[in-house]
Design a protein around this ligand. Structure first.
Ligand SMILES: [Zn+2]
Length: 180
């Protein structure tokens, strides 16, 4: 049976998603082709790719020049929390964390082919030298990759006072909302 090259390309595109194997990628491709949801998915993806980009300062996704986190004057500059994923930044905001944020969008992982050049380290360095926080919280520990990344960043941010902590330990502290 010869299937169209476009079908194989679609399966391959889904297969490249993190945590998706070839079988699941095949199911997703057939779902996208069999339902109206496929159209909606394609439009949402195209629209997102055209309008969304990471904020140059914190890497949180924005669709205009204004960043609701970096431009929030109520946020103090004493703390900078570095997290691996966007959802963690969202959780911190929901909990009332009032310091600055930076999202790495990943951690160093030789197995997954993620090296320092794949992470926005120049932007992190720029952010640190711009706001000069008293403490940079590296909320990345708790996994082998996270530990390695936190240690790497600690060396990378030589002149800054850094503390390594797991994200879950950090959000368990009652002081988060008061950090200014
Ligand atoms: Zn920002």
């Amino acid at each position: 049976m010869k299937l169209p090259a476009e079908y194989k390309a679609l399966v391959s595109a889904f297969d490249s998603l993190p945590g998706i194997g070839e079988r699941a990628a095949g199911r997703m491709a057939r779902w996208a082709l069999n339902r109206a949801g496929g159209d909606e998915l394609a439009q949402a993806l195209q629209s997102a790719l055209l309008s969304i980009r990471p904020c140059e300062r914190c890497q949180i996704y924005i669709s205009e020049d204004h960043c609701s986190v970096c431009d929030d004057l109520a946020r103090g500059h004493e703390w900078l929390a570095v997290v691996a994923e966007l959802e963690q930044a969202q959780i911190l905001c929901d909990l009332g964390y009032s310091g600055q944020l930076f999202v790495l969008h990943g951690v160093l992982s030789p197995v997954a082919g993620v090296g320092p050049s794949q992470l926005p380290l120049a932007a992190l360095q720029q952010r640190v030298s711009s706001i000069k926080p008293n403490t940079v919280y590296l909320l990345l520990t708790g996994s082998v990759e996270g530990d390695v990344t936190a240690q790497y960043l600690q060396r990378f941010l030589l002149d800054s006072h850094t503390l390594m902590q797991s994200f879950s330990d950090f959000i368990a502290q009652p002081m988060i909302g008061g950090a200014k």
